[in-house]
Design a protein around this ligand. Structure first.
Ligand SMILES: [Zn+2]
Length: 434
């Protein structure tokens, strides 16, 4: 018995001794045609450096045409950053070869399977960082792995580019288009979402909210997919309406409920602000002071104390109160099932509002009349696409913008939004690093 145990222990020690770093690397990050030579500490003992060389007799691959090609020369050693291990940075050291590629008719740097072009991070590390960057902000990710914001950006960009190249776009039944402001001074993004019942994701990010920017989406998906879209959901922004009429003439176009409510709230807020200022000028009792949220929130969402204040306020004969009552009455529209009844209600509401002598509300009524058909499409389609999806996605987009920024440029936001909302396929990995 003692002897058996002794033999087992000897084997265990031997197995442990062979469990070297290179063994682990070969297990999780192995590439044909390349061998790990040796591992050592850097001079400052903060990093582990692993030397890599090409296997004897294996030809290099041209990075332009991805075919093997005869060697030309070898460049100086490059460092590729790998996933850190137990508090040490890990670098793969490799001297890139150049090939004399006859297909490309040029001397080209070789392609290595663990790296991507000129980036300094290995693909494995980029995928690792990019996954964390979806859970944490980019700044937090950089801090957690003691790297820089730029490298996190690089990692996300690499993963997103792969995803955009490899995603399957169609079929697309329903899309929603929306704008989002990302900086002061009318800096907007146009976001197009797929809002099918079984599939919601961000399909496209465009700069600005012009006709040209939205047309960019249709250029991306191509005519065939565009012609198969059955529902389009949008707000009342005229450039969007125009592009939809042009590119999806067969689709049922629905005005998004959320946007209509938002417009109405804006109008009410305008009435309140103007009246409040006037009352102040005329030295009247400031009954509208701090009433903004009382009026904008739905009554059922108010706290008890706020509800009492609202009831109190509604006793006054004010323009603001009349505008509020019109806005609240309008909510009933969404309870209809049939477009015909909803249409009757809408017409009656607009008629009353046009007689209200409250200009911002009259403006809403005129706009609703003008888009009557599109609004009623909501009732024709409400059982087929989930309303509120666009609003939900847009809220997520806003959270993403807050989390990712460091530099709030279009490129950064574009990458961040695709990364968190695009449901993009990820590059394949040699191992599940966690
Ligand atoms: Zn080539």
């Amino acid at each position: 018995m003692e002897v058996v145990r002794f033999i087992l222990e000897v084997f265990a020690v031997a197995a442990f001794r062979t469990m070297e770093l290179l063994t682990i690397l070969n297990r999780c990050h192995h590439f044909r045609g390349f061998v790990y030579q040796h591992a050592r500490f850097s001079a400052d003992k903060k990093s582990i450096e692993v030397a890599v060389r090409s296997r004897q007799g294996s030809a290099a691959v041209c990075s332009r045409c991805h075919q093997s090609a005869p060697g030309y020369d070898q460049l100086g050693e490059r460092r590729f950053e790998f996933i850190p291990l137990w508090g040490f940075f890990v670098f793969l050291l490799y001297a890139m070869r150049r090939v004399d590629c006859h297909r490309c008719g040029a001397v080209v740097v070789e392609e290595v399977p663990w790296g991507d072009g000129k980036r300094t991070l290995t693909k494995a590390y980029m995928l690792f960082l990019a996954r964390w960057a979806r859970r944490l902000s980019w700044k937090e990710t950089a801090a957690a792995f003691r790297t820089s914001w730029d490298k996190v950006f690089d990692a996300v960009e690499h993963v997103v580019n792969f995803g955009l190249e490899h995603r399957t776009l169609g079929p697309i039944d329903a899309i929603g288009v929306d704008e989002i402001q990302y900086a002061k001074g009318h800096k907007y993004l146009t976001l197009v979402y797929q809002i099918d019942l079984g599939m919601t994701r961000l399909l496209w990010v465009g700069k600005d909210r012009t006709i040209e920017s939205f047309q960019g989406f249709f250029a991306t998906i191509g005519e065939e997919l565009a012609s198969q879209i059955v529902f389009v959901c949008s707000d009342m922004w005229e450039p969007y309406l125009k592009v939809i009429r042009e590119k999806c003439s067969e689709a049922l176009h629905i005005l998004d409920r959320f946007h209509i409510v938002a417009k109405m709230n804006q109008a009410l807020d305008e009435v309140r602000a103007e009246e409040s200022r006037r009352m102040h000028r005329e030295g009247r009792l400031p009954v509208l002071k701090k009433s903004r949220w009382l009026l904008l929130k739905r009554e059922e969402n108010l706290a008890d104390e706020q509800r009492f204040r609202l009831r109190d306020l509604l006793r006054y004969n004010l323009k603001t109160v009349r505008a509020y009552l019109l806005k609240e009455a309008f909510q009933q529209l969404w309870d209809y099932n049939a477009a015909a009844w909803a249409g009757k209600f809408l017409d009656e509401w607009c008629r009353q509002t046009m007689r209200s002598r409250i200009e911002p509300m009259k403006k809403i009524a005129r706009s609703l009349r003008q888009h009557r058909g599109l609004i009623l499409n909501y009732f024709r389609a409400q059982k087929l696409i989930s309303s509120g999806v666009v609003e939900g996605l847009n809220n997520k987009a806003k959270v993403t913008m807050r989390k990712s920024y460091g530099f709030r440029t279009f490129r950064v936001l574009e990458m961040a939004l695709y990364h968190s909302l695009g449901k993009l396929p990820e590059p394949e990995a040699t191992h599940e690093f966690f």
